[in-house]
Design a protein around this ligand. Structure first.
Ligand SMILES: [Zn+2]
Length: 75
């Protein structure tokens, strides 16, 4: 379960995790977000791509996959 969903907002558009049109892993809210980066969660493939492009432009793209933000968040 998501213990503190208010902690997670799309880093591109600010949409809060928990809103109905947020993209969830396998379409299920209790699976957590479908997209994220080392900077935070992303609400959709559109924001994921926008975020990727910005980081590519900044030269801050990570060389390894981002850690799952929920891995350390389970009590
Ligand atoms: Zn977004």
């Amino acid at each position: 379960m998501l213990a503190r969903p208010e902690k997670f907002k799309c880093v591109e558009c600010g949409k809060a995790l928990g809103t109905p049109d947020f993209a969830y892993h396998k379409g299920r809210m209790d699976h957590g977000p479908a997209y994220w980066s080392g900077h935070g969660v992303l609400c959709s493939i559109q924001c994921s791509l926008a975020h990727h492009r910005k980081r590519m432009a900044d030269g801050t793209l990570p060389t390894s996959p981002a850690r799952d933000p929920f891995e350390d968040d389970r009590d």
